[in-house]
Design a protein around this ligand. Structure first.
Ligand code: NAD
Length: 311
């Protein structure tokens, strides 16, 4: 039976563990806070049972069968014993990640793949203290990974092609949607596109062009309707009678003109930013009760969308 070790049992570590057991892998969970990985399994059990009841459990196995594949460890060497793949999910702090990868290397064979969940750190920094970096990569998930399937696979400059291929195959096997970045870049692909959307949305509100409520509707009732199924490239290809080249000959001048009017990068602070923030707080008050209710609503929508995409 193939073993995967998950390092760090917070939100993302628990999610990875649930995905890997759904694909039939044995998953060993390690956390450096004593007792934390055992608590994580209790939490996962609750979620697997709820998912089974909602007919949303992933994979071919029952919740009880998936649960039986999980084990928890407070000892790093025991947790890594027998693993062919390690998914790191510790705090998003460079020194913490560098140090755990350095420690791990002492306990794993040279062919074991070392993968990081980092959202914002580039692989060349995360793995700078690892000696054999050809087996290292970032596998960046999107929250919540159980419903949002994208995983960005980002290589270190020295990562072997076979490591990218094996990880791509593993992610596909557990039902995720992996994409390959050909080289590392700050923000990877998702966060770069997201930053561009955030910047222009923020600017339009701050400059008094549109309200917070309405810019969100531009995405949720407009662009987002397509983007859950086809991306910007296919959208353009389908939006002109003769495809992408035709689209560009019709619209590229407009796009270039609009892009050159974007102005400088917003700094998201000061009085102007406060007014954007207050506008949002009037729509959704910034207290635990309101935020939790809206998060629950978001996750319910994502669950239904995931079901629709599966059908
Ligand atoms: P979290 O704070 O919920 O969990 C981190 C866990 O790691 C904790 O249980 C902590 O005890 C443990 N830990 C810390 N240092 C450790 C060490 N040295 N050894 C073992 N365990 C250790 O964090 P999270 O939200 O699960 O994020 C984990 C990683 O996933 C981060 O790199 C984050 O950027 C990335 N990520 C998070 C999201 C998200 O939306 N939360 C999305 C994509 C990627």
């Amino acid at each position: 039976m193939k073993i995967i070790t998950v390092i760090g049992s917070g939100l993302i570590g628990r999610s990875w563990a649930m995905l890997f057991v759904s694909g039939g892998y044995n998953v060993k969970i390690y956390d450096n806070q004593p007792g934390q990985s055992t608590k994580a399994i209790t939490e996962i059990k609750k979620q697997l049972v709820e998912l089974e009841e909602a007919h949303m459990l992933r994979g071919e196995l029952s919740a009880a069968q998936q649960l039986a594949l999980l084990s928890s460890y407070d000892d790093l060497s025991q947790a890594l014993d027998g693993a062919f793949f390690v998914q790191e999910c510790v705090f998003e702090q460079l020194e913490v990640k560098q140090s755990i990868f350095h420690d791990m290397e002492r306990f794993v064979g040279k062919d074991v793949i070392l993968s990081s969940s980092t959202s914002c750190l580039v692989p060349s920094k995360v793995f700078s203290k690892v000696q054999n970096r050809s087996r290292c990569l970032v596998s960046h998930p999107v929250n919540p990974p159980y419903y949002v399937k994208l995983v960005e696979l980002v290589p270190h400059p020295e990562t072997a092609a076979a490591v990218m291929d094996t990880t791509h195959a593993l992610m596909t096997k557990v039902g995720q949607a992996p994409v390959l970045l050909k080289k590392e870049i700050d923000g990877f692909a998702l966060n770069r596109v997201q930053a561009a959307i955030i910047a222009e949305s923020w600017r339009l509100v701050q400059d008094g062009v549109i309200s917070v409520k309405d810019i969100d509707l531009v995405m949720s009732e407009g662009l987002g309707m397509r983007y859950a199924f086809i991306g910007p490239m296919e959208t353009m290809h389908l939006n002109a009678p003769k495809g992408l080249e035709d689209y560009m000959s019709r619209y590229s001048e407009n796009i270039t003109r609009i892009l050159s009017s974007f102005g400088p990068v917003p700094d998201f602070c000061g009085e102007a930013a406060k007014s954007v923030i207050n506008e949002m707080y009037e729509l959704i008050p910034c207290d635990q009760q309101h935020l939790a209710a809206r998060q629950e609503r978001r996750d319910q929508f994502l669950m239904r969308l995931a079901k629709l995409k599966k059908d």
